[in-house]
Write a protein that binds this ligand. Structure first.
Ligand SMILES: [Cu+2]
Length: 406
């Protein structure tokens, strides 16, 4: 498999603000996650309000003028998918389908399976997986990747709405009934067809004890919704299969069209991305290294974190493939929430956290590589945009970014 080499030659690897009043003060914020789900849900709301108010206050004060010129007037909004109207959901879905119908920019000589503009993003993620997970770039890389996906929807497919996120803990009772995955024509398609006799998923990471995950309620091809006829064109690269085996194709960039599979596993969200888990991630980790490791799951801890939680709760193919995961159209909803949690965490101590980076340029520093710094350059290749330094990616209202989460 050519994954380890850098095939693409990439060097390094309607404003809806309800109120502008700043009402929250830091002293009212929780300092430890409540074990009660209901209380933790309120805590998460309070933390998000704090981040929101702080972002608005900074823009109002004009302290941002030296950055990219983001203002309250140009601020874009990202919202929980469940708060989107049906018409808003359809606009977003149609723009994703549009991107999946436009021709790829990635040369076939680099990725024969990259057929569409959507696939350009998948190919980039496959290509760089070992340099963007468990690295110093993890959070900023995915912030940029998701934002450039949003720009592609706007610039190439006429999308004008708010960008969505999947509020995991609010779906911890039933993914099958959630707005993201209910299988309706305003969802991101739903479950896969039920496959009987599937055994559990076993994740291996280096020499650490494996993590067992329950199987879900589907397993096969999605049976309804907007992505019923969508084809996953590349991979698998490292697809976890029930029973503990992993499937890889000889060249994951080759054309290998197949259906989108899901195996919705509510129990995974219930365990790893419930309200208490999300609030604990935000409040119990003061250091960026601890925060990003807890988010991805500390190897050997038995936890896959909220990041692994969202990916594996989708299940199926490519949901359980670290490399090909953007091939599931719900990837962006998931990474919207990842980015939101980072934004909330940053807002709790911006002086120390806004530009905090820890880690190197390689997966768990294997093989050893240089520390990631503010000068480290991110390049998402044929997906979209230009190479950019980490320092431009640290604030959601700095550099080219200008967005806020509600
Ligand atoms: Cu990723």
């Amino acid at each position: 498999m050519m994954i380890g080499s850098n095939l693409f030659g990439l060097g390094l690897c309607a404003l809806l603000l309800p109120s502008l009043a700043v009402t929250e003060s830091t002293s009212t914020l929780p300092t430890a996650a409540a074990t009660s789900t209901a209380v933790a849900a309120v805590q998460l709301d309070d933390l998000a309000s704090h981040a929101y108010n702080q972002t608005v206050a900074n823009l109002t004060a004009g302290s941002n003028s030296k950055r990219g010129g983001c203002t309250l007037e140009t601020l874009k909004v990202r919202r929980d998918w469940s708060t989107f109207s049906k018409a808003e959901r359809k606009e977003y879905i149609n723009s994703v389908l549009c991107l999946q119908s436009l021709p790829a920019r990635t040369p076939a000589s680099l990725a024969a399976g990259a057929k569409t503009r959507y696939d350009d993003f998948v190919a980039t993620h496959i290509n760089q997986t070992l340099y963007i997970h468990y690295t110093g770039t993890f959070l900023a890389w995915h912030r940029y990747f998701t934002w450039q996906f949003e720009q592609a929807l706007r610039d190439e497919c006429g999308f004008t709405g708010d960008f969505p996120y999947w509020n995991w803990p609010a779906t911890a009772n039933s993914l099958e009934d959630s707005a993201v995955f209910d299988g309706s024509d305003t969802s991101m398609s739903g479950n896969g067809e039920y496959v009987s006799n599937e055994s559990e998923i076993i994740l291996y990471l280096g020499d650490t004890p494996p993590v067992d995950l329950p199987r879900g309620t589907g397993g096969g091809c999605v049976t309804s919704g907007p992505f019923l006829n969508y084809t996953v064109n590349m991979g698998p690269a490292a697809l976890s299969l029930p029973g503990g085996t992993t499937q890889s194709s000889a060249n994951p960039f080759d054309y290998n069209p197949r259906c989108l599979k899901r195996d919705l596993t509510t129990a995974i969200i219930e365990q790893y991305a419930n309200y208490t888990a999300v609030v604990d991630l935000i409040l119990a980790n003061n250091d960026i290294w601890d925060f990003e490791m807890a988010m991805q799951g500390v190897p050997g801890s038995g936890s896959i974190g909220v990041h692994g939680g969202g990916h594996y709760a989708m299940g199926g193919d490519p949901g359980r493939d670290v490399y090909v995961s953007p091939g599931d159209p719900a990837f962006w909803h998931h990474h919207g929430m990842i980015d939101r949690v980072w934004w909330i965490w940053q807002s709790l101590d911006p002086a120390h956290r806004l530009e905090a980076i820890s880690g190197t340029g390689t997966f768990l520093n294997e093989p050893p590589s240089a520390n990631t710094t503010l000068d480290t350059v991110i390049d998402i290749g044929y997906a979209n945009g230009d190479p950019i330094a980490m320092r431009q990616l640290m604030s959601t209202t700095g550099g080219d970014f200008c967005y806020i989460y509600m």
